[in-house]
Design a protein around this ligand. Structure first.
Ligand code: DX5
Ligand code: ZN
Length: 216
């Protein structure tokens, strides 16, 4: 059976005790730590400073999954690669260099992810499927944790999965935003490979039981 991968978003962690929070994730049955990078321009919020990124890399024993919500991904790609990125995802929107970004990420030995907002259509980005390892479908508006999952995501998974299978592309589908155990089963059943979950896991005292409930 296909592996059901979970990427824990640390956006809503307690950053006063980052070591403890990362250790809790290290000791859990998650696959990745999802690191949201925001520049205050692509989205209004700002996250994370260089010091925090270094600490996450230092303390983490999990694979790191970077999600760049920034105007100029090029300014961040090398930094993420140097901080042990397994995946680096760049947004399609407001990005004139998306193809070059994807190539740079691969040249640095990382997996190249293409992130798209809820309003961006699959038909608009499918030309890039041959160049990516990960398709990151946002299931909330990018910018903050704890939002409500958008049901319009389901059809986008169906459409992308169909295309990926038809063309035999080696692309994993990752879903990000508002994910809890009420929607996770359907997301995996429709063909998603990686689910990002932040507030649902972080607010649960027992990370392992929350993560297991997303896979059940
Ligand atoms: C939203 C971020 C998400 C977010 C997920 O812009 O990209 O990764 O932190 O958190 P939840 O699961 O709380 O929606
Ligand atoms: Zn994210």
């Amino acid at each position: 059976m296909k592996k059901k991968e979970i990427s824990v978003s640390i956006l809503d962690c307690n950053f006063n005790n980052i070591k403890k929070e990362i250790n809790k994730i290290n000791n859990s049955n998650s696959d990745y730590i999802h690191v949201d990078i925001m520049d205050g321009k692509f989205v209004p919020n700002i996250a994370f400073d260089d010091e925090t990124i270094k600490k996450v890399n230092l303390y983490s024993t999990k694979k790191l999954d970077y999600h760049l919500m920034v105007k100029n991904p090029n300014d961040y790609i090398l930094k993420c690669a140097k901080n042990s990125a397994d995946i680096i995802s760049v947004h399609y929107e407001e990005n004139d260099n998306v193809y070059n970004n994807l190539i740079s990420i691969k040249k640095l030995g990382c997996k190249a992810g293409l992130a798209i907002n809820p309003s961006t259509k699959i038909s608009e980005v499918s030309k890039l499927f041959k160049d990516i390892d990960i398709l990151l479908l946002m299931s909330v508006q990018p910018g903050k944790g704890g939002q409500k999952f958008l049901d319009s995501t389901f059809n986008k998974i169906i459409d992308s999965k169909k295309l990926i299978d038809e063309m035999k592309y080696q692309v994993k589908i990752e879903i990000d935003g508002g994910i809890d155990n009420k929607v996770s089963r359907k997301l995996f059943d429709l063909g998603s490979n990686i689910l990002v979950s932040g507030s649902y896991i972080i607010k649960n005292k027992n990370f392992n039981s929350a993560i297991t409930s997303l896979r059940d």
